[in-house]
Design a protein. Structure first.
Length: 773
């Protein structure tokens, strides 16, 4: 049976779903195109099932509408099917597909099924290389507002239409987006056709541009009524011009429909429509971009031909807000705006960037995911000049879309072309999509626009950034400190003395105790992890980073120092070295041991840090702290349980300041002790980046001596190395990772257990996660 016969046969059967429902199964039903077919078939009254390897919001919606869904694919899913419809991504080897072939169940490709469903209606097919989704959505919306009750099938979610596909038995018109990618456009015999543009695309399927033009030519041959084509596109014009029923549209007043006097209005465009040279009227389009004015003009020409009045056309255009992933605003705030677009061809990329630039003169950062290796290879030079309007371009690896890799072709191919041919100031290859948000998020400045572009899953990066930026906005509001720094994905290697560690998801720097109090309460109420970090000594952050909030209270009230007689009150952000210096200036002894410790008061309190036979709580008078409810209170040292390197009360409460008691002493005595502390540390501790002591002393022997006796000094894993100066220090020789440090720690612990029977306990705090936040 020929494809034409197959479509005709099933058109007859699909038309009688209410009287004689057909048992239909769709393989790959979670995809946007296949889910639309499922909606239509359910609306027609058929018994519809579908399978896919994933469950999505769309499959949940379809199940509530009557779909029988299964995942993953299986032979059983098609066992009682009368016909099986499959997407272009489904190949031999798929269990459901193979079972249908073996059982000789009739098989329809997606476009064949759509053509069969449309056959019983007055069909309008929108085709072209670019703009199909927006134009078919516009046409459907205008006809709906104009009272025509059209059914529709569009290749994306359209919020204003309710779904990507809908069967309306009350209307006679059916608007569908036609797909030219695999030649199946020739299955349609519409009443009216829209031809937007024709370019060299899908060259993995077509031999050349002429082959593509032949398919569009046959599509026009099979159109019974009007052929509405873009007069600005040379290829569309060469195919459609001069045909019976041909209607042109464009910028030129020589076109049958023309748009003139364009002016931006809010997020959209207002323009005057000419018909055959005369003024038809002025309309307002609710979405931006000159290319979308052309798309709207095609829909206007169609609407006029089917009898929709201009006032209804204007009403529909003005409240149209576009399709998902078509210049979709994911976030619109003064700090950062994020826009997502499906554009993946150089022409689409240029149009989207032009639209962004028409609304934003500031820094524009583009994140691009190439779609298909073949397109990347064949259109390399075109991509090279497509990004000229952006300030920064970050390119991921290629989204294959079921294609096999092509040797030498990757996202770097685009970057090389841009550097060779384009004008973009900064082009970066960043193959790993999963970490791209980290590379971008910490770079963002007030007023930036981020544009995610591509037909794969690059939109997930924009969604992640938008979500985390919204959370950061909330944290700023909660603290009530508009000028306090807040950042996304702050690298913890910048804030730890070991200089390793992944990023903090939300980095905040409160300046007031009240602000921190509000932050603590909010995080507690919302179940949001909160970690406080000062100088970052005695700390090892895993490479994946820290999920949740990291507060860095070192500014404002947390930097306060006040001497009162023999006591000193210091904020949690005060460096121990500064506290020792203040004590010396006040003639107070007892603080000299603090001089060489690279930490803050807050961390010293939390760990009861010590040296030279002294520790923090031997001098504490009282501690001011915040509990999980945000209450601020102060406790005398007599009520605070404290141990060697452990203060249980501060595991759940946040120290914001402490009062210390010193002993009056002569300046020369204090100076002598300070110098002795400096000399001891200079001789016994490394100057290279380290976290301080890695292990607690195991009891019978010091941890450093143990490591020395086991012959592990200078042992290294990557750039992490046991110091040759002190065996209880691991130093960073350059670009060590947390994983390298952790592996070295594990090897030392294993040897201590094996050779000495000792279980070493880490003194350094190990926090964070291995997987990317």
């Amino acid at each position: 049976m020929t494809t034409s016969d197959l479509v005709t046969t099933w058109a007859e059967k699909f038309a009688h779903g209410k009287e004689q429902p057909v048992r239909v199964h769709l393989i790959g039903v979670a995809g946007s195109g296949m889910s639309g077919l499922a909606s239509l078939l359910i609306g027609l009254g058929h018994r519809v099932s579908g399978s896919d390897r994933v469950t999505t919001e769309e499959t949940h919606r379809l199940v509530s509408a009557g779909l029988s869904f299964s995942s993953p694919h299986s032979a059983e899913a098609v066992s009682d099917a009368e016909v099986v419809i499959y997407s272009s991504a489904v190949k031999e080897g798929n269990l459901a597909y193979d079972a249908a072939v073996n059982a000789e169940i009739p098989l329809l490709r997606r476009a064949e099924a759509l053509a069969a469903i449309m056959n019983g209606s007055r069909g309008i097919v929108v085709a072209g290389t670019h703009g199909k989704t927006t134009t078919s959505a516009l046409a459907s919306h205008i006809l709906r507002v104009g009272g025509k009750s059209p059914s529709h099938y569009v290749g994306a979610e359209i919020p204003i239409l309710g779904s990507n596909a809908h069967w309306d038995p009350a209307g006679e018109w059916f608007v569908a987006e036609g797909d030219e990618s695999d030649g199946s456009l020739v299955n349609f015999h519409p009443e009216h056709a829209i031809l937007l543009n024709v370019e060299a695309e899908h060259l993995d399927y077509y031999k050349d541009l002429d082959a593509i033009k032949r398919v569009f030519g046959q599509y026009c041959d099979q159109t019974r009524g009007k052929i509405i084509y873009c007069g600005e596109d040379a290829n569309a014009r060469s195919i459609a011009q001069g045909r019976a029923g041909a209607i042109s549209y464009g910028w030129s007043k020589d076109c049958d429909f023309a748009a003139i006097e364009l002016s931006p209005k809010g997020a959209g465009t207002e323009f005057t429509v000419l018909k055959c040279g005369g003024v038809l009227g002025r309309v307002r389009l609710g979405i931006p971009g000159r290319h979308n004015v052309l798309n709207a003009l095609a829909a206007i020409a169609l609407a006029v031909e089917v009898g929709v009045s201009l006032d209804r056309i204007d009403e529909a255009l003005s409240n149209f807000r576009g399709a998902r992933r078509r210049f979709e605003l994911k976030r619109q705030q003064p700090f950062v705006t994020i826009v997502d677009d499906y554009g993946h061809h150089p022409t689409e990329v240029k149009a989207t960037i032009q639209t962004a630039r028409s609304q934003h003169a500031g820094r524009l950062i583009c994140l691009f995911q190439p779609h298909r290796f073949s397109r990347t290879q064949l259109l390399r030079d075109e991509f090279g000049v497509a990004f000229d309007g952006v300030d920064e371009l970050w390119v991921t690896d290629v989204y294959p879309a079921s294609e096999a890799p092509i040797s030498g072709i990757s996202g770097a191919t685009i970057v090389e072309a841009v550097k060779e041919l384009g004008e973009c100031e900064k082009a970066v290859s960043h193959p790993d999509l999963s970490s791209l948000h980290l590379a971008i998020g910490n770079r963002l400045r007030e007023g930036d626009w981020v544009l995610t572009l591509g037909a794969g899953n690059i939109h997930e990066v924009g969604t992640k950034l938008a979500s985390d930026l919204a959370a950061l906005d909330t944290l700023r509001e909660v603290m009530g400190e508009p000028s306090s720094p807040v950042k996304l994905y702050e690298p913890m290697r910048k804030h730890t003395t070991l200089k390793v560690g992944g990023p903090a998801q939300y980095w905040v720097e409160p300046a007031t105790v009240e602000g921190l109090s509000r932050l603590v309460k909010y995080c507690c109420d919302k179940g949001l992890p909160l970690r406080l970090i000062g100088r970052g000594s005695n700390l090892l952050v895993r490479d994946g980073g820290i999920s949740g909030v990291v507060a860095h209270p070192v500014r404002g009230e947390f930097a306060g120092l006040h001497v009162d007689g023999d006591t000193i009150t210091a904020g949690a952000g005060v460096k121990l070295k500064a506290l020792a210096a203040a004590a010396q200036s006040a003639g107070l002894g007892g603080f000299e041991w603090m001089e060489g410790i690279p930490g803050n008061v807050g961390g010293s309190l939390r760990m009861n840090a010590g040296a030279m036979g002294a520790d923090t709580f031997s001098q504490v008078v009282s501690v001011r702290m915040i509990d999980g409810e945000g209450n601020i209170f102060e406790k005398p040292v007599s009520e605070i349980v404290h141990h060697y390197r452990n203060v249980p009360e501060l595991a759940h409460n946040v120290a914001v300041s402490a009062t210390f008691r010193g002993v009056p002493a002569a300046q020369d005595e204090i100076s002598e002790k300070l110098e002795a502390s400096k000399n001891k540390r200079r001789i016994s501790q490394p100057v290279a980046a380290s976290a301080g002591c890695i292990f607690k002393n195991p009891g019978p022997i010091g941890a450093g001596q143990l490591v020395d006796e086991m012959g592990l000094k200078d042992k290294a894993v990557g750039a992490a190395r046991v110091s040759e100066v002190h065996g209880n220090f691991i130093v960073n020789d350059g670009k060590a990772t947390a994983n390298e440090v952790l592996e070295l720690i594990a090897q030392i612990k294993a040897k201590a257990r094996e050779e000495r029977g000792l279980d070493l306990e880490t003194e350094v705090q190990i926090i964070g996660q291995d997987t990317v936040i």
